[in-house]
Design a binder for this molecule. Structure first.
Ligand code: ADP
Ligand code: MG
Length: 237
């Protein structure tokens, strides 16, 4: 059954004391699929995401990558299985330049001369070439997001997980990001957690809506957007 799924969860549950942040979630993502995860604040999206990336160890249930159980694995080991992860908080090496950050990421996958070429290509694609020599600590939040995305994509992972990639971005940066996500999804499976609806509208296809830790709806984005019950949970009813 799981043959054409790159990622699945089975009865995934995460509790924090009395709070059930993720409640028995059965989720599956096909090879090459682009999936957006929506839901109001506190719905459990980030907690679910962190269970997929090894940032949290779920209370119960499992996460499988191409059928292999990766529940409770370290993030580092999950990344080594070809999962590109962009967490909500940018994760850069401060004190060195944009170019050096991206080149180091590319170096994990490519030999030295290729890594340089790849870093330049990724800077171009992510629209940060003009910032190449800038120390990453001096960047605005939206710029840091783009640099981190360039680092993730430089490794050409077959599965890419992005938590709120559009946060802190200007309109132009957001447009760039939408194009990048769509392009990435031509070669890789992608999960995007977002609550920026304008951004979601540009990229989303089949979409999962979370509410109170559980999957509330799964449908194409047009159907999701016109769903009364979905509108109500966003209004906090
Ligand atoms: P979302 O990303 O959809 O906004 P979260 O996954 O951040 O939602 O949060 C889901 C629920 O879990 C919320 O009630 C939140 O307060 C709670 N929660 C998240 N992280 C923790 C934590 N580390 N400790 C305690 N409660 C948490
Ligand atoms: Mg969140």
């Amino acid at each position: 059954m799981s043959e054409n799924y790159i990622l699945t969860t089975e009865n995934l549950t995460m509790r924090f004391g009395g709070v059930v942040a993720v409640d028995n979630v059965n989720f599956s993502l096909k090879e090459g699929e682009l999936r957006c995860l929506l839901g109001p604040n506190g719905a459990g999206k980030s907690t679910f995401f962190k269970c997929l990336t090894g940032q949290l160890t779920p209370t119960s249930g499992s996460v499988k990558l191409r059928g292999q159980d990766i529940t409770g694995w370290l993030t580092h080991d999950i990344v080594n299985q070809g999962v590109g992860i962009k967490t909500q908080v940018p994760n850069l090496f401060n004190g060195i330049s944009v170019y050096e950050n991206i080149r180091m990421a590319a170096r994990r996958k490519h030999l030295k001369p290729m890594a340089r070429e790849k870093a330049e290509e990724m800077m171009e694609k992510c629209g940060v070439t003009h910032l190449a020599k800038r120390e990453v600590g001096l960047l605005a939040h939206g710029q840091r997001q783009l640099v981190e995305l360039a680092m993730v994509l430089a490794e050409e992972p077959p599965l890419v997980l992005l938590d709120e990639p559009a946060a802190g971005m200007t309109g132009d940066e957001r447009d760039r990001l939408a194009d990048l996500v769509l392009e990435t999804a031509r070669k890789a499976a992608v999960i995007v957690v977002e609550h920026d609806m304008a951004f979601i509208r540009r990229i989303a296809k089949f979409t999962t809506v979370f509410n109170r830790g559980a999957i509330f709806r799964e449908a194409m984005i047009d159907e999701i957007m016109s769903d009364r019950a979905v509108q109500e949970i966003y209004l906090g009813k």
